[in-house]
Ligand binder design. Structure first.
Ligand code: TMP
Length: 238
């Protein structure tokens, strides 16, 4: 499938149209942003790492019965995906307290949530992704009540699948963010799952193995991403 015109350029990925109106080519770039795009840097090979990481995770999720937009990986940095009508709502699950939750509520980092905590944010950099509730989603018409219920269900299901998977690899899945869209009437997982959009802590040492290394200027960002991938058994193209 050939990539034609650029449809959309996000902070870390670009989407290109194809001859098939139902399919897009998603290109994972090396751009790495934090704080709603306030900081942007290029990390060499991050695009290739995240594309291959995402392909692995999306395949695992599909095998577990979760509908995703992922069709196939086309190259080191590109994937063929279904074209979704994206819902501008970020679904976050937290198994442990970190990040904005710690800042917002003043709780200790690492506090356990069982059952996991589910939160919603509006995807809007200019407003700094404000926290919203399912009532806002319905009132503003971003999604129907039924669609919201399905996103909630699929996010928790994703957490169950991935939490065990990472645990077997010696990693704690602290939290993550998912984005969904509509495809011919169904709610389908879109965007990506990579260390850019989740928090992973080493089970033994507690060391951070995700984008917090970039946000907090800890260094070794891609070394950590590669290590996580290796622990999952992902073999890179190059
Ligand atoms: P937060 O602690 O900043 O609210 O983020 C929770 C998780 O969701 C964390 O793993 C990062 C991810 N996330 C994104 O990747 N992008 C976003 O815009 C937001 C709000 C969260």
């Amino acid at each position: 499938m050939n990539a034609l015109d650029l449809l959309y350029q996000g902070k870390a990925k670009s989407a290109y149209l194809t001859e098939d109106p139902d399919l897009l080519v998603l290109q994972f770039r090396d751009d790495t942003s934090a704080f709603d795009g306030e900081i942007i840097e290029q990390l060499s090979e991050k695009g290739a790492i995240n594309n291959q990481f995402n392909a692995f995770i999306m395949t695992q999720l599909a095998d577990a019965g979760i509908p995703t937009h992922f069709v196939e990986r086309l190259s080191a940095t590109d994937a063929l995906v279904k074209r979704l009508d994206m819902i501008p709502v970020e679904c976050v699950v937290r198994n442990k307290a970190a990040g904005s939750l710690v800042r917002r509520l003043g709780v200790e980092e690492g506090l356990n949530f069982d059952p996991p905590l589910f939160e919603l944010f509006l995807k809007n950099d200019a407003l700094h992704d404000p926290m919203i509730t399912e009532h806002h989603v319905e009132a503003f018409g971003w999604a129907t009540r039924e669609e919201m219920a399905r996103m909630h269900e699929l996010t928790l299901q994703t957490n169950s699948v991935l939490k065990s998977m990472f645990e077997e690899a010696g990693l704690q899945l602290v939290d993550f963010k998912l984005e969904f869209g509509r495809f011919h009437g169904d709610i389908v997982l879109g965007d990506e799952f990579s260390p850019d959009g989740c928090r992973l802590w080493d089970k033994v040492t507690g060391e951070k193995k995700d984008k917090d290394r970039f946000r907090q200027k800890l260094g070794g960002v891609l070394e950590a991403y590669r290590e996580v991938a290796e622990r999952l058994g992902i073999v890179f193209d190059h």
